[in-house]
Design a protein around this ligand. Structure first.
Ligand SMILES: [Zn+2]
Length: 281
């Protein structure tokens, strides 16, 4: 089981190498490398990651936000394809086998426009993954947080069912936000995960989660909440991490869970880890 953080937590003040013992000391063993501004990791950091990978730690890579395979702009699409290839080569070179990416925006936000964009993403991924050696690398399209973004649950399932190398990254907070607060109880979230299991039975064991609570409005995501923080109206932040972790147990899902709680990822991740461990098997 993997519980971890996205990037170096803001509460950690020290050298990069020291963040891993710091995370280990609270039981965490997952780290999502934030390649927000490009698939670049310094040589020093690559060495640190290679040593720890599958040796006390499990790493994933979050692709740059400017990657946008669904764009109507052909130049953006082309650049995104070559960026993805760079990312896959980088991941292979340091032995990391999960790349998380956003399906993007830049499409026409109508039902037909969305279908066209998803088809484009599927074709691009199938083309690019046929052109290079994928090694053990899996690509994870992530649920988008805003209603207009590509990456609804159905769209993620669609991409994963049509692309051999794609696996679902289920950001439960984004899912809750883009559906304007849909996950109001445990059964609703469980049904959504069962839907993925039914659609992608061979890929379900490799599912990747982002889990934290989120502030949203009628267009979806507004802001990630801090761990334990209430919504601006005073109501409890959702989706419920207790329910989420309980479902992981009930459905016998191998957890690979990354917290993106605002300025408190390590608190969110260790909360979920401890809750998970407290549930009887
Ligand atoms: Zn993301």
């Amino acid at each position: 089981m993997v519980f971890g953080v996205a990037g170096v937590p803001t509460n950690y003040k020290g050298k990069f190498a020291g963040v891993f013992p710091w995370l280990n000391s609270i039981g965490l063993n997952g780290f999502e490398i934030q390649c927000t501004y490009g698939f670049k990791i310094s040589a020093d950091r690559q060495e640190i990651i290679k040593k720890l990978n599958n040796n006390g730690f499990y790493f994933s890579i979050h692709a740059p936000y400017y990657i946008n395979l669904g764009s109507l702009n052909k130049l953006v699409e082309k650049r995104s394809i070559s960026n993805m290839k760079e990312g896959i080569e980088l991941a292979k070179s340091i032995g990391v086998n999960r790349i998380i990416f956003h399906p993007g925006g830049g499409h026409e936000n109508t039902p037909a426009g969305r279908i066209k964009a998803i088809n484009q993403i599927v074709n691009d991924i199938n083309q690019l993954t046929s052109e290079i050696d994928m090694g053990d690398v899996k690509l994870y399209p992530e649920i988008g947080g805003k209603t207009a973004n590509l990456g609804s649950l159905d769209e993620i399932i669609e991409i994963c069912s049509r692309c051999k190398y794609c696996y679902p990254c289920i950001d439960i907070a984004h899912l809750h936000a883009r559906e304007v607060g849909s996950i109001t109880n445990k059964e609703i979230l469980k049904e959504k995960l069962l839907k993925i299991k039914q659609a992608l039975p061979d890929k379900f064991d490799y599912i990747h989660f982002h889990a934290y609570t989120i502030n949203y409005g009628d267009k979806g995501e507004i802001k990630h909440l801090k761990h334990g923080e209430n919504m601006p109206d005073g109501s409890v932040g959702m989706p419920s991490l207790d329910d989420f972790v309980t479902i992981l147990k009930e459905l016998n899902i191998k957890p690979w869970v990354i917290s993106e709680a605002l300025d408190s990822q390590e608190l969110g991740a260790s909360y979920m880890l401890n809750k998970y461990k407290s549930l009887s098997t």
